[in-house]
Write a protein that binds this ligand. Structure first.
Ligand code: 3PG
Ligand code: MG
Length: 484
């Protein structure tokens, strides 16, 4: 099936000038030490490299101690990018993350940010035969569905002819893959329709999956552009990267540079705004950035704010107290962080609740109502907005309240607007914040809008990303082969 429907008004970038390609300047990203793997099924990279990449260099920053595995910059590694590889006529597996919010009943795409974000990579691959793979949601969820709407939307974001096949690794898909021509993009169906793609495993195990064995012989090159899924160790993210010559796509490159740069030398003062419904992914970020002195203020909203208020001895509303019951370990951690960094961690001074009619009422933190707090209060909004306006770097992830409810979007909206006005370096991530920024029409005013939620937080909490580690190992393998 050939799709050419223009779903969103996304602009198609000018194709890059490929006549003058040179090796990319060294793009060093700081990730931790990696171990060598054996590669039973690996494909050689002959004829793919534009230039010899040279021996692997390991840099260690001065005054960084050996042995601290969580220290970023322990060693620096390089992966290949689309500036390093020949793509003309090559059959390329392109892993992207176009897992998007869908209308639960019609499956219409509600926000196409992640789809538009792939267009730079697709523009660079116009001379190739591209087979594109992504997941959509997870088994059991309402939006776990096929990728046909995504393929239609992609057709409006690139110059290639876009086709869709209702299969992932079966004979039908494999036959279509071998027939893809230069200038075409074949979209495979939801990769998570394959059971193996739903399991995180070690690289050596992923190499042996049916998924990797069926697909890898069909490709010359693997391009991973799925930054938002780089924290998963799954067959399409890690397995194919182990099996094939591999490079990072444009989005992967851009995201890693923007997000990992925050952990190198952020311009100061550097302020983090952290909210959302989960605490288990925010507490490690707070710990990591404060321990490494990469932030001056952490402004908390959402459930993380309640957690730290509780940890600081504040009584919460009866409903919020209930929410804290299962979070004893996080409360303990928050307590020790709050003691150590009392001048850096900011909790709300007031919170907003719904009255009997659901109307917003703001209360000081000493006078909670019975119900759950739904937003930060007006005084906190003013305080946070000022802090953000004066910051040289601001990073935000997670809404500050239940912004979907009428009247309770105030905190998230006003702090986002303050960020958008600031002249500093501003980064937002996570589906909710990015979606809201796009609804408000201010998304283009941020310096970097990340397509990732979990992957961004993993990186900021000092964890290595399996998808990136695999790209680095692939570069090491290719470096040891002679260029043509
Ligand atoms: C996401 O939106 O978080 C990414 O697409 C990864 O999806 P996952 O959290 O279901 O693995
Ligand atoms: Mg996720």
């Amino acid at each position: 099936m050939v799709l050419q429907k223009h779903v969103s008004g996304c602009s198609v970038p000018d194709p890059p000038d490929l006549s003058n390609q040179i090796m990319s300047p060294a793009l060093w990203f700081p990730f931790r030490g990696l171990t060598k793997l054996s590669h039973p099924g690996k494909k050689p990279a002959q004829g793919l490299l534009l230039k010899s990449i040279g021996p692997r260099k390991i840099k260690r920053k001065r005054n960084q101690k050996k042995g601290n595995k969580r220290t970023l910059g322990l060693s620096s590694h390089k992966f290949l990018t689309l500036d390093d590889v020949k793509t003309s006529d090559k059959r390329i597996f392109l892993r992207v993350d176009i897992n998007v919010p869908l209308d639960p009943s019609t499956h219409q795409i509600l926000d196409d940010t992640r789809i538009k974000a792939v267009s730079d990579t697709l523009a660079r691959l116009e001379d190739a035969r591209v087979v594109l793979g992504s997941h959509q949601s997870r088994p059991g969820k309402d939006d776990f569905t096929n990728l046909q709407p995504h393929a239609e939307a992609l057709a409006g974001c690139c110059n290639q002819q876009v086709m869709f096949v209702e299969d992932v690794i079966g004979p039908h898909a494999r036959e279509r893959i071998t027939k893809v021509e230069r200038g075409q993009v074949l979209v495979l169906d939801n990769l998570r329709f394959c059971a193996e793609e739903n399991v995180d495993d070690k690289p050596e195990k992923l190499l042996k999956t049916h998924f990797v064995k069926q697909l890898s012989p069909l490709f010359d090159l693997n391009v991973n552009d799925a930054f938002a899924t780089a924290h998963r160790s799954q067959p399409s993210i890690v397995g194919l990267t182990e099996a094939l010559p591999s490079a990072a796509g444009r989005l992967m490159e851009k995201e890693l540079k923007a997000v990992s740069g925050l952990l190198v030398e952020p311009r100061r003062p550097c302020v983090y705004v952290l909210g959302g419904a989960k605490v288990e992914d925010k507490v490690p970020v707070i710990e990591h950035i404060l321990t490494r002195d990469k932030a001056d203020k952490i402004l908390l909203g959402g459930v993380p704010a309640k957690l730290f208020l509780k940890a600081m001895g504040q009584k919460l509303s009866a409903e919020d107290e209930k929410e804290m019951v299962g979070l004893q370990a996080d409360i303990k951690k928050a307590k020790s962080l709050a003691l150590k960094y009392r001048d850096k961690i900011e909790v709300p001074v007031d919170l907003a609740y719904g009255d009997a009619r659901g109307k917003r009422t703001d209360r000081g933190i000493d006078a909670p109502l019975k119900e759950s707090a739904l937003d930060i209060g007006a005084k906190t909004i003013e305080k946070y907005s000022k802090a953000v306006e004066g910051a040289a770097t601001t990073v935000a992830n997670g809404p500050l309240g239940v912004f979907e409810r009428d009247g309770f979007d105030l905190g998230t909206r006003q702090v986002l607007e303050a960020m958008a006005k600031s002249n500093g370096y501003t980064v937002i991530g996570g589906g909710h914040l990015v979606g809201l920024a796009s609804i408000l029409g201010i998304d283009e005013r941020f310096k970097h809008v990340s397509t990732a939620g979990g992957a961004m937080l993993s990186l900021l909490s000092g964890q290595s990303l399996p998808g990136v580690d695999a790209l680095v190992r692939a570069a090491d393998r290719m470096r040891n082969q002679k260029p043509n």
